[in-house]
Design a protein around this ligand. Structure first.
Ligand code: ADP
Ligand code: MG
Length: 260
């Protein structure tokens, strides 16, 4: 355990994680600790292992070695490397993939209604009778993702950026403890990117959030603690200024950013 984290309230910890694909080390002795309510940004060049690491946390990919633990609020540790994806999700670990997947033919409001974490079997599609609590939860999410004035619009008519916010909202409706977001600003306008940053910042303290991102302007906007991944290993961790002024980071990442 990294002594820096010994006294903090951890929600996730990965230690000594390795994963190879046909002899190529995509993840190489990775150590990563996430605190409750933290907003963490993970950067690194293409192929650094960022998405693979998310795959490992969510049970989509198994590590060859190492531990990945979810620390429950009651003090129990759960080994995520033994669980199938849907069980990891049910623990409260939600993942946002790059492309938005919303129900285009349903309204914004109904997309959120369909995402509420209700006992399976209860939600019979749109024939489910909404409770007062449901409505309040949806209102709260609409507020957070700033789509309250579009609630009755079909999701299919939203812009790319708005669809991304709706999908983040659909994950928030499940009240996740951990939210993993892979390149949320990709393909967004500057204004949408900035609003996405504000949205992610507003989650701080309420959820533990890991954002993988390339756009350095965006990273600067949401920067708290930043983890720089390189060749499947944590190269540096710290503030935006700390990592962006680091010669090694400049060498492996910032200097090459023009090439993706
Ligand atoms: P990043 O998200 O940082 O760009 P990835 O995690 O997607 O990087 O990929 C890291 C490396 O692992 C890449 O070289 C990629 O080709 C390789 N890789 C990832 N997943 C697989 C897989 N399922 N099979 C083979 N190689 C993979
Ligand atoms: Mg990736």
């Amino acid at each position: 355990m990294n002594p820096l984290y010994r006294d903090t309230n951890l929600v996730l910890s990965a230690e000594g994680v390795h994963r190879s694909f046909d002899g190529f080390k995509a993840i190489n002795d990775l150590n990563f600790y996430l605190s409750e309510g933290e907003l963490r940004t993970v950067i690194g060049p293409n192929g650094a292992g960022k998405s693979t690491f998310m795959d490992i946390i969510t049970g989509r990919t198994r590590p060859d070695e190492g531990t990945v633990k979810f620390h429950e609020s009651d003090g129990h540790d759960i080994d995520l490397t033994k669980l199938p994806e849907y069980k990891v999700n049910r623990l409260g670990i939600a993942r946002k993939f790059q492309t938005p997947s919303v129900y285009n033919q349903h309204s914004v409001f109904d997309n959120l209604l369909l995402s509420l974490n209700r006992p399976r079997g209860v939600m019979k599609g749109l024939f489910y009778k909404m409770t007062k609590d449901d409505r309040e939860e949806i209102e709260e999410v609409l507020e957070t993702i700033r789509l309250h004035d579009r609630r009755d619009e079909l999701a299919g008519f939203l812009s790319h950026g708005q669809k991304q916010w709706l999908e983040i909202g659909m994950l928030l409706a499940q009240k996740p403890r951990v939210l993993l977001v892979d390149e949320p600003a990709a393909g967004m306008s500057d204004e949408e990117t900035e609003r996405t940053g504000e949205l992610l910042l507003s989650l701080e303290g309420k959820h533990s959030v890991v954002v993988v991102e390339h756009d350095m302007e965006f990273v600067r906007q949401i920067a708290r603690r930043i983890t720089v991944l390189h060749q499947g290993h944590v190269l540096k961790e710290g503030s935006f200024d700390h990592v962006s002024n680091d010669p090694e980071v400049k060498e492996v990442y910032l200097g090459r950013q023009a090439h993706g």
